[in-house]
Design a protein. Sequence first.
Length: 162
Amino acid sequence: MAQAVYVETTIPIFYFETRQEPEMIARRNWTRTWWSESSAGYDVYISEAVIDELEQGAYPQQQQVLDFIQELTILPIESEIAEIVEAYVAYHVIPQDPVGDALHLTIASYQKCDYLLPWNCQHLATTIKFHHIQRVNTLLGLYIPYLVTPLELLEGESTDEG
């Protein structure tokens, strides 16, 4: 059975990134490399939350992004998820404003995904944040997904082979 990856909203957006700043180009390239060379080795999931965010945004290539995710499996948003989001906010896992981040983390945890794949490193993919998430998810009896970027998954794959 392949490992499960929950793709957060920023991943398909960066696949079609058009900004020319070096950091944006690098993230686009790493996203495309992971998608073309590695994603087939995983069970890749999104949720209605990802679709809603992609539809509500206003950004270049929006229709291409929405078309790109059409074939991905959509994880259900169960009724218990709202309570978990509230717990994440109450335990200061995620600041109250970025409720979308809490929702993505909740879905990945509740659905027992091995990885949550964001480019939103400010609220999700940091070492300190991961330790806090571990403690709260353990307290709540939830699975603990690894929070990694496409680059980290690529680096992890190269070290596994060697």
